[in-house]
Design a protein around this ligand. Structure first.
Ligand code: HEC
Length: 170
């Protein structure tokens, strides 16, 4: 009975949470999602490789490298021939969960990087005016200026007219 509850609880753990737990215990010493530590930053790793590639690499990176996989060999050279330890006991599902966790963290980072993407973040009000984007504004501006000029001319005319009338009265 208790083991049934335990199994249900394990099954109910969401992939991201499960992946995070394994990542923290087994990978975080060398990997961060968004920073290079000992190993590469793992953000968007699912876009660089297929899930099969990732599973094989995590099971035995040296087998993939010695198998001549171009991407793996390049990585190994780039990271000064540091060998990533094998994790043969992790199941494909475990590794998929890790990838889910990496994905969730990559998205968070992408939002962090885009300064105006967050609705809660204050935006700067200043935006340089450009004739192209603010066409309507410039038109309205010209109309207002034109009205002011017309108004001024009209006021001058009225003054002149007033003066003439006054002269006639005298
Ligand atoms: C002792 C340090 C170390 C640990 C622990 C480690 N890695 Fe790595 N990992 C590396 C290094 C170094 C590389 C770069 C390739 C190489 O040198 O073999 C790498 C490469 C990778 C790559 C390819 C990344 C890319 O940008 O293409 C993946 C995926 C990866 N590791 C996943 C994991 C996972 C998942 C774990 C935990 C289960 C883990 N690693 C644990 C050191 C480590």
């Amino acid at each position: 009975m208790f083991s049934l509850i335990a199994v249900t609880m394990v099954r109910a753990t969401p992939p991201v949470e499960a992946g995070k737990a394994i990542f923290t215990a087994r990978c975080a010493a060398c990997h961060n999602v968004n920073k290079v530590i000992v190993g590469p930053a793992l953000a968007d790793v699912d876009k660089r490789h297929t899930i099969e590639w990732i599973v094989n690499f995590v099971h035995s990176s040296q087998s993939v490298i010695k198998g001549g996989d171009k991407a793996a060999v390049e990585l190994f050279n780039k990271f000064n021939h540091i060998q990533m330890p094998d994790h043969p006991d992790l199941t494909a599902d475990n590794i998929k969960n890790i990838v889910e966790y990496i994905k969730s963290e990559s998205v968070a980072a992408a939002v962090e990087k885009a300064p105006f993407a967050k609705p809660t973040q204050l935006q700067t009000a200043y935006k340089p005016l450009s004739l192209h984007d603010n066409y309507g504004f410039f038109i309205a501006y010209l109309i207002v200026v034109a009205l002011l000029v017309v108004g001024l001319l009209f006021a001058v005319e009225v003054k002149i007219f007033e003066r003439r009338m006054n002269e006639k009265v005298k």
